[in-house]
Design a protein around this ligand. Structure first.
Ligand SMILES: Nc1nc2c(c(=O)[nH]1)N[C@H]1C(S)=C(S)[C@@H](COP(=O)(O)OP(=O)(O)OC[C@H]3O[C@@H](n4cnc5c(=O)[nH]c(N)nc54)[C@H](O)[C@@H]3O)O[C@H]1N2
Ligand SMILES: Nc1nc2c(c(=O)[nH]1)N[C@H]1C(S)=C(S)[C@@H](COP(=O)(O)OP(=O)(O)OC[C@H]3O[C@@H](n4cnc5c(=O)[nH]c(N)nc54)[C@H](O)[C@@H]3O)O[C@H]1N2
Ligand code: SF4
Ligand SMILES: [Mo]
Length: 719
């Protein structure tokens, strides 16, 4: 087999495989766990050995159905942050600008006093809850319940709003169900043509790459849509280097060729879908030369891609944040879904649609009711029947469950406007990860009381009045739903350091001091999961048939799984879609242009994203010596012609400015990026916080920020 990739993960596997053969000393303690980072949720053992007076740690991969025994470099070094001396070990209160250690009872009393006072002065909705999709299903479930039952506030949302909300809302509308992958990973090698749009799997879910190389060995043709060359584009047979934000238009071109040249599937369209007539009419107004002009992709390449996908018997479309994090992300994703629908390439072996999830529990945390408009089981907080069902599970009156709140960024705007005056943040770093970060920082400064629950004093925790110490993946038991929609179980295999507590314990204790103990009397994650199962029963994301025992015995169980004897559904939509009439919804999508355009003052597009060695805002990976050494600082990817035009040499410090702010970063001059575009990774804070540049416009449907396009200018720092 010809290796088309720089298989960094392969070398890592080799390395850990060799380690595996070494004998373990008798004192070795083996911690069974899952990686704290991406959605593949690779399984591993972290082995702690005493060598004289030194402790050593090494990591062995363990087979699970998604990772198939692979680990990437982040997984291999994940324990370095979890065991780092910077871990927050005690509750810490800010006194005269300095953090001082306080006891748990004092911390809880402070929360009771401040939350009560804020709600008395400013109303119940003056408290906001900000969660994350890195927490377990149990914690996501409990956070939603905590906001509605213990705090009685309508304001709860989470960082997944910045992550997958466009794919989630598009899946719900088009298919009637939002499960990232509509197929199993093991279906990928059977696909004859794969489109990867705005997804950098080689750096973001590296252990999935072998599924794609296997498909290539089987003759699959891979088309990649990305403004940059990445680890993933090395897989491409055809790379469409699209102008950022112009994917909807590009897909209109593909759809037009597929329809006009007869590659659509008329019987699938007639029997399984609705809305095609509207799309057909829309396609008749699309002009391929226009599409070439606005997307930067030549007509011949559009035709080539459309013909290859159209003519293949099987085919898959995968998207990720590159096409979702736009001010029209919902509609862009809908257009990619149109591609699967008009060609009938979904619901059968070798075909399907995949919106690749990001965080470890990116899928599960968006189902358990910790979104502004949602109740557990993917239920709607506005549906009277759904409310009544959950009220019964929670033992409260339906009318006491608050209504719909607002999205993550809108909540932070309310903080800025002093409508929300107390904020509880669990497992997120919003001053680095939110768009228009300066406004967010200003807002957090205005708060009467900010509590941050974290492993470290992150950039956001630094601003808190109270920091609570959380447990890490090595310590905290619970379930995570992986990229495939498979529910996995991660044991807690280490004692919490210092006085750190599990997120669920912290929520239960806070509920107790707030007088809501009877609704939160859980003594283990497993007990919470059992309530979650019942709460999800009958909902779209039905976990009722999944138990800890089953997950352990079966190595994970797919949802939906409505009963104990149900096997769980790997491949979805084989016979019917989940919309009430069983049909998928096709929709006409306009040629979207990004909200912020370039001009004389800000002549370049900025797009943002990830690198292999760091994770999200970098709070964890910047504390891992082995990862940090591989990518020490942020960088600006810029094309040589563009660099030349703006007087920028390679590896010098440059200033990048947008209409909202500026940052300083080192240049990386490379032909791998379009001339009209520069790229910055998102993993650094403060002076290198890329979100000082990004804008606050949100998608009207799903409220996703437009992280992937804004207008900037660049120049040498010392001019
Ligand atoms: N190493 C690493 N892995 C991660 C993470 C991490 O931080 N680091 N984070 C995890 C999380 S939470 C997530 S959400 C996922 C994200 O996974 P991805 O979405 O794959 O990652 P990104 O780098 O944000 O964006 C993917 C690609 O989109 C391209 N892109 C930018 N603008 C456009 C555009 O307008 N159109 C198109 N077609 N492409 C565009 C970028 O060049 C980039 O290569 O990764 C997960 N895995
Ligand atoms: N410009 C730009 N901005 C982006 C993106 C982009 O592509 N471009 N991507 C967006 C995406 S996809 C995402 S997902 C967001 C992520 O944005 P954030 O949610 O801010 O990301 P993290 O860095 O994962 O922050 C998690 C914090 O929780 C802590 N933590 C880790 N594990 C635990 C735990 O078990 N319990 C508790 N209590 N704390 C824990 C970590 O130490 C860290 O401080 O960023 C978004 N922002
Ligand atoms: S970062 Fe993702 S691919 Fe890498 S080891 Fe962790 S879960 Fe696996
Ligand atoms: Mo994400």
């Amino acid at each position: 087999m010809e290796m088309v990739l720089d298989h960094r993960w392969e070398r890592v596997r080799l390395m850990v495989g060799l380690q595996q053969q070494k004998n373990l000393s008798e004192q070795a303690s083996r911690m069974s766990t899952q990686c704290p980072f991406c959605s593949v949720q690779c399984k591993m053992e972290v082995i702690e050995e005493q060598a004289g007076d030194r402790k050593t740690f090494r990591v062995l991969p363990v087979y699970n159905p998604a990772s198939q025994g692979r680990l990437c470099i982040k997984g291999v070094y994940g324990h370095q942050h979890a065991l780092h001396p910077d871990r927050v070990l005690y509750p810490m209160r800010k006194v005269n600008g300095e953090f001082v250690r306080i006891s748990w009872p004092d911390a809880l009393e402070l929360i009771r006093e401040q939350f009560t006072q804020i709600q008395q002065e400013d109303g119940l909705d003056a408290l906001g809850v900000y969660g994350a999709a890195t927490v377990t299903n149990e914690v996501a479930y409990l956070l939603g319940k905590f906001a509605r039952v213990a705090l009685k506030t309508k304001y709860i949302d989470y960082n997944g709003r910045y992550c997958m909300s466009a794919a989630a809302s598009a899946g719900m509308k088009a298919f009637g169900m939002d499960r990232g992958l509509t197929m199993e990973l093991t279906d990928i090698p059977y696909s004859q043509c794969i489109i990867l749009a705005g997804t950098n799997i080689a750096e973001c879910q590296p252990t999935l790459i072998p599924y794609f190389t296997k498909a290539k060995e089987n003759g699959c043709y891979i088309i990649i849509i990305d403004p940059r060359e990445t680890g993933t584009t090395k897989l491409a047979d055809l790379h469409l280097k699209v102008k950022p934000g112009m994917d909807a238009a590009l897909v209109n071109g593909l759809l037009k060729v597929i329809w006009e040249e007869g590659y659509s599937d008329p019987s699938f369209i007639a029997e399984r879908t609705k809305g095609f007539e509207e799309l057909k009419e829309h396609l008749s107004t699309i002009d391929l030369d226009d599409i070439e002009e606005i997307t930067g992709i030549p007509v011949e390449q559009i035709q080539q891609a459309a013909r290859l996908f159209g003519q293949s018997k099987t085919g898959m479309v995968f998207t990720a944040r590159g096409v979702e994090q736009h001010t029209d992300g919902h509609m862009i994703v809908r257009n990619f879904m149109n591609l699967s629908l008009i060609t009938g390439k979904i619901g059968k072996k070798g075909s399907g649609y995949g919106a690749i999830t990001g965080q470890g529990n990116g899928q599960g945390a968006r189902e358990q009711g910790h979104k502004a408009d949602q109740l557990p089981g993917y239920r709607s907080i506005e549906d009277p029947d759904h409310r009544a069902y959950i009220a019964k599970v929670w033992g409260v009156h339906e009318k006491d469950i608050p209504g719909k709140g607002v999205s993550a960024y809108e909540m932070l705007e309310k903080v800025h406007q002093k409508e929300i005056t107390g904020l509880f943040v669990m497992c997120s770093n919003p001053v680095v990860s939110s768009p228009n970060a300066s406004l967010v920082e200003e807002g957090l400064n205005n708060l009467k009381f900010l509590v941050v629950v974290d492993l470290f004093v992150s950039e956001s925790a630094r601003m808190a009045d109270l920091i609570l110490p959380a447990s890490s993946y090595l310590e905290n038991e619970g379930t995570m739903t992986n990229v495939e929609g498979r529910v996995t179980w991660r044991p807690g295999s280490r004692e919490c350091p210092g006085e750190a507590k599990h997120d669920w314990q912290i929520l239960c204790e806070m509920a107790r001091v707030l007088g809501k103990e009877k609704h939160f009397s859980f003594s283990s994650a497993g007990e919470i999961f059992n309530e979650l199962r019942v709460a999800s029963r009958g909902g779209i994301a039905d976990y009722y048939g999944i138990t800890y025992d089953r997950i352990k015995q079966e190595d994970g169980v797919y949802w939906p799984c409505p009963s104990l004897d149900h096997p769980g559904e790997g491949r979805l939509f084989e016979k019917t879609f989940a919309n009430p009439d069983g049909k998928a919804e096709i929709i006409a999508v306009a040629n979207h242009f990004p909200k912020e355009q370039t001009d004389e003052n800000f002549p370049l597009y900025l797009t943002t994203g990830r690198v292999m060695y760091h994770y999200l805002t970098g709070v964890q990976t910047r504390r891992s010596p082995s990862l940090k050494a591989r990518e020490k600082e942020s960088f600006l990817e810029i094309h040589p012609n563009t660099a030349n035009k703006f007087g920028i040499e390679d590896a010098i410090l440059v200033k990048v400015e947008s209409r909202r702010g500026s940052m300083v970063v080192r240049s990386k001059v490379t032909e791998s990026i379009r001339e009209d575009t520069v790229f910055l990774p998102m993993h650094w804070g403060d002076l290198q916080n890329v979100n000082k540049l990004t804008h606050q416009e949100l998608d009207p449907v799903c409220k996703m920020p437009g992280f992937k396009v804004c207008a900037v200018r660049v120049g040498p720092l010392n001019k």
